[in-house]
Ligand binder design. Sequence first.
Ligand SMILES: Cc1ncc(COP(=O)(O)O)c(C=O)c1O
Length: 394
Amino acid sequence: MTTMTSTIPASIFDDITLETLSQRNGGKWLRYGRDVISACTIELDFPSSEPVQQRIIEMVTSGQTGYPDFPGPPVQLFEAWSNFSGRHFGWASDPAMSFCTDYVSNGLTESLKALLEPGTRVGYTTPGFMYLTAVIERAGMVPTTIAAIDPTDGANFMDLEIIEDAFRAGITAFILVNPYHPHGFVPSVEHLTAFAALADRYGVRIFSDEIYSPSTFPGVTFTPFGSLDAESARRSVTAVGAAKTWNLRSFPTAMLYTGDQATADALNTPGMKRSTASASYVGTEAMVTALNESDAWLDALTSYLEGNARIVENEFPALLPGAIISKADSGFAVWIDLNALGIDEPTAYFIEKGKVGISRGQAFGPQGFRCLRLNTGTPAHVIREIGKRMASAI
Ligand SMILES: Cc1ncc(COP(=O)(O)O)c(C=O)c1O
């Protein structure tokens, strides 16, 4: 990421009050009732960047809210990502091998369908983003979870011996989540390179979900999987989007790219074209603006999110004795292991006794027993209030 000093004050995030948030009618804030602080659904509580807001307002007030009906692929989107990736990650994806989709999840489903035989076993790691099960099943493939996450080591978060056992046992396709969710880990380039070498050795096709890459914290080096010098990296399909980092999930547009012509040709399916057609025109314009014109805001946001992650890491263990907290390097989720407290259903417990709603760890696989995923994409004062309420509940 760039290390430019932001000109945007943290007050744009700090000044949002809990009262305002609790009056919102979106799914996140309604889920547990207005008296419960919700830290579940991974969306930001903050408005998108000013240029994105302005672009959306322009689109709406000028009546440009109809069908996308692009005469060809939205090349401006592919170029915007390529330039963004070049500026922030030091490597540019190829606009000529890029595809527009509505949601990252649908883009992944369509690319699995395009590249794999029906019934292929597709692996992914747990505790992890269990929604991938639906992504894989919708493609007609068989999800296979691999319990390979080391919650204590963000740089080397996947146990490569366990991954190799899975590849040896017949996993020929794998969805990598990079940066990792829900722990917020950004793998080291060495770790990713070793993983790619394994994929090369076993001929495994990699699909890389990089939706959280723009939320990488300042000073942390994020490596796009497709940038690696490996056959599996060139043949990989990467999914990216602005829905998370710029809070744009209501305006569906996301993107895929590959580095291999044969893969790009295979992705030209009717299903992929349908998913391009269901992207939103406003969403596409918003994503282009986000990528091209929001670096200062992004700098302020990622610094703020880093601050929030450090609040949880540094302050929560004193409030929740024995809690183990993932050291996030990206995004707005942290993983809290509460095994030391011996509360079997911590989500239900803290909703009832502390009036805070935090995602249930077991939704990320059985290793999530007695764990929680906390959304940190909220004002710092809300994070501290969550900690206070949890402490008073135990
Ligand atoms: C790792 C990851 N990928 C994808 C998504 C969903 O993306 P989309 O809504 O564009 O399908 C999420 C949402 O929580 C996520 O955590």
